[in-house]
Design a binder for this molecule. Structure first.
Ligand code: HEC
Ligand code: HEC
Ligand code: HEC
Ligand code: HEC
Length: 194
């Protein structure tokens, strides 16, 4: 039976994730787990704003996007930019990643109760909200909010809070600096004045 297993790259990865202690696996950035070609390709790349040399991995799910009475952003009809890429594996519909911890999956209705993504965060929105920094202000991790946290279309995406490269911090690959054992309100205060 063991001989008949199909040892695809993903199969081996699933096996490793099963064998290694969670701590070891969680210490790995996605750029180690999947190597660069999990998301980028050096040639014949597809175009996706905010993802240089995109390998074309895309979600197949139709999502219900975030809405609330107080949310003032104009959200895209479906996830855009790098959020599309993340959801290509994290949407619960990609059979290669069905072994993933269910807590890590965002199925069709689960963006509704997650921080909004895929909308433009500009000065107008900051003014309208009243408790957001202007995106030209310092992000507290080097440059401005616009440069460090928003994609090329000035949108909030999964990558506004996460950095999947080795520069990502802690188990949750957060963007920024070392938050210690748990991320604190510093992450949120890069953009919010609360
Ligand atoms: C899980 C998906 C994923 C993997 C794996 C990945 N990247 Fe990325 N990469 C992204 C996304 C999303 C962005 C855009 C947002 C950002 O900059 O984090 C990006 C941006 C970049 C950029 C341009 C922005 C910058 O930081 O200069 C470079 C260069 C890059 N990646 C190189 C790499 C290399 C080299 C590897 C392998 C060691 C790699 N990436 C692995 C998703 C990935
Ligand atoms: C090629 C598939 C793939 C892509 C693309 C991908 N992920 Fe993942 N991600 C996984 C798998 C598999 C796991 C579970 C394994 C693990 O624990 O790291 C995971 C786990 C995670 C975790 C939890 C880490 C932990 O252990 O607590 C975070 C956070 C995460 N991904 C964020 C992202 C973000 C943000 C993006 C887009 C920039 C992204 N992922 C793109 C496959 C992917
Ligand atoms: C506003 C910031 C923010 C945005 C935007 C964001 N995340 Fe997260 N994410 C976090 C934080 C903080 C955690 C740490 C654990 C927690 O509080 O749930 C986390 C945890 C996770 C985890 C680990 C599972 C868990 O619940 O602990 C995954 C997987 C993940 N995020 C993927 C994504 C994907 C995919 C997107 C885009 C669709 C995204 N995140 C957008 C801040 C964010
Ligand atoms: C990259 C910047 C950025 C980061 C980092 C960020 N947010 Fe936000 N957040 C926004 C923007 C922009 C909005 C939209 C504001 C609006 O229209 O009401 C928003 C909206 C919200 C809302 C209100 C949604 C509504 O329905 O009115 C809450 C609550 C929130 N964020 C909490 C958090 C928390 C908690 C964190 C940290 C885990 C966080 N944010 C990190 C930019 C950010």
């Amino acid at each position: 039976m063991f001989m008949k297993m199909n040892f695809t790259k993903v199969g081996i990865l699933a096996l490793l994730v099963g064998i290694l202690t969670p701590t070891v696996v969680m210490a790995l950035a996605h750029s180690d787990l999947f190597t660069c070609d999990g998301c980028h390709t050096p040639h014949n790349a597809d175009t996706l704003p905010g993802v240089p040399l995109w390998n074309g991995l895309d979600t197949t799910v139709t999502f219900t996007m975030y809405s609330s009475k107080s949310f003032q952003g104009a959200i895209d009809g479906q996830p855009s930019g790098d959020s599309k890429l993340c959801l290509g594996c994290h949407d619960g519909a990609n059979p290669d990643y069905s072994w993933m911890n269910p807590d890590f999956l965002f199925e069709a209705n689960e963006l509704v109760n997650s921080h909004p993504i895929s909308f433009i965060y500009d000065s107008a929105l900051a003014t309208l909200d009243g408790a957001l920094k202007d995106p030209s202000e310092a992000s507290s991790i080097g440059a401005t909010i616009l440069e460090d946290l928003l994609d090329r279309e000035s949108k909030v995406q999964c990558s506004s809070c996460h950095d999947v490269h080795t520069s990502g911090v802690g188990d949750n690959l957060l963007r920024g600096y070392d938050y210690g054992l748990q991320y604190g309100s510093e992450l949120c205060r890069m953009c919010h004045i609360k």
